[in-house]
Design a protein around this ligand. Structure first.
Ligand SMILES: *Cc1c(COP(=O)(O)O)cnc(C)c1O
Length: 404
């Protein structure tokens, strides 16, 4: 994105024209950025060529999944619905892993029928359920067990998943217990140890600790896993503070790990692939003044982009048309929904704004649209993908008649 004569452009298109053509709120993605993120991710870990399974929950738009597939990635899914979408996007079932703490018998049965690469299990009960279903289908199913390494990911507590108080995975003791049970089961084949300690991680050290915990367990049980699935969680820079995950250090830590353990590495990145490849275009409905601050009431709300309301995430907001006038007041950018948490950002030093002005909420490609809801009976926004000279509607704006 860049400003030309104070007007913001994405690639060779003016946001203003997109807003006029498609209306607001509007999700807008850049194919170029998506491709660049995928290539960067591959380059960061090229020495051991991991299997990269895109975390479908970050953005499950079918067209986006198809683009991701074209770039050679597999998928990490967490429900039957996501698995169906990944398959529909043409992703090879041998590049799909199924994660999640509570997969139902129906979901497991479907996954087994589709012969996916791995079902990563998170409890003893689930492992036994997989064995039962596999037996009834006379199949041998490849599984992983997710270790909870009790590692603090140093991220927002709501998106931390690898500490012992979190519901995810099993602790070392339970892992060993399950490991012993599996040895005597004919219909399941233990192929993978998986971990995923959280999301929006910007410090490589938690990953180092996680690898240590994995290494320690492997030594204890003396078992060679065909796959080590390290999950995702790589953070992106939401605010202009240039903070970045040190991929070199993470890469080095994995290379050291692989000197001792001969396994194929799997990653499940979501945010780092699609997060900064999408934005949300929104229009100011009203400006409500009060002595201390102005409420900038937008036509986008928490149902369109839930991260700020859900865990206090901050997304940068920028104007589509720049002016030189600074406002002295605090601006609270809010949505029209009847919840106090329906607020995107509070900021000072913003330029002077007027009703009907257009704004961009940045870095909304991951956990934006996919977390959307119809709360307050609000239809979901349209979504477009810019691909070279083409502009593709990848999701039509929902109509009220679909909701009523
Ligand atoms: C959410 C999730 C991911 C993706 O996390 P990102 O932070 O988007 O990279 C990967 N693996 C599992 C098991 C997840 O639940």
């Amino acid at each position: 994105m860049k400003y030309i004569n104070n007007n913001l452009k994405i690639e060779n298109l003016y946001f203003k024209n997109l807003a006029i053509k498609f209306g607001t709120p509007l999700y807008c993605y850049s194919h170029k950025k998506l491709k660049q993120n995928i290539n960067d991710f591959k380059l960061n870990f090229k020495t051991f060529s991991p299997l990269i399974c895109f975390a479908t929950k970050a953005n499950s738009n079918l067209k986006i999944l198809k683009e991701i597939k074209k770039n050679g990635l597999g998928a990490d899914v967490v429900s039957k619905g996501e698995l169906m979408k990944a398959l529909k996007a043409g992703i090879n079932s041998k590049k799909i892993v199924f994660s999640g703490v509570g997969k139902t018998s129906e979901e497991l049965s479907y996954a087994i029928d589709k012969n996916i690469l791995l079902i990563n299990s998170e409890s003893k009960s689930e492992v036994l359920e997989i064995e039962k279903i596999a037996k009834s289908k006379k199949k041998i199913v490849d599984i992983g067990i997710r270790l909870n390494p009790n590692t603090d990911a140093n991220t927002l507590k709501q998106i931390s998943t690898g500490k012992k108080e979190n519901k995810f995975g099993v602790n070392e003791k339970t892992f060993i217990e399950i490991f012993k049970i599996i040895k005597n089961k004919k219909n399941i084949n233990l192929k993978c140890l998986s971990v995923h300690i959280g999301s929006q991680i910007l410090d490589y050290r938690p990953y180092e600790k996680m690898l240590k915990a994995v290494s320690k367990l492997i030594k204890k049980i003396k078992f060679d896993f065909e796959f080590i699935d390290l999950g995702g969680g790589m953070g992106i820079s939401y605010e202009n503070n240039k903070k970045k995950l040190n991929y070199e250090k993470y890469n080095q830590a994995i290379k050291n790990f692989l000197k001792k353990h001969n396994s194929k590495i799997i990653f499940e990145p979501g945010r780092s692939i699609i997060g900064n490849a999408g934005v949300l275009i929104t229009k100011i409905i009203y400006i409500k003044e009060n002595p201390k601050k102005n409420f900038i009431i937008l036509d986008a709300a928490m149902n369109d982009l839930m991260r700020p309301a859900l865990y206090g995430a901050r997304h940068q907001i920028i104007p589509i048309t720049k002016n030189k006038k600074k406002s002295k007041k605090t601006y609270d950018f809010v949505g029209p929904i009847c919840e106090t948490t329906d607020k995107f950002l509070s900021t000072n030093n913003f330029q002077k704004l007027s009703e009907k002005d257009l704004l961009i909420i940045c870095d909304t490609g991951a956990y934006g649209s996919s977390l959307g809801s119809n709360y307050n009976v609000r239809p979901n926004p349209a979504e477009i993908l810019i691909k070279g000279s083409k502009l593709i509607v990848i999701k039509k704006r929902q109509k009220l008649k679909d909701l009523i």
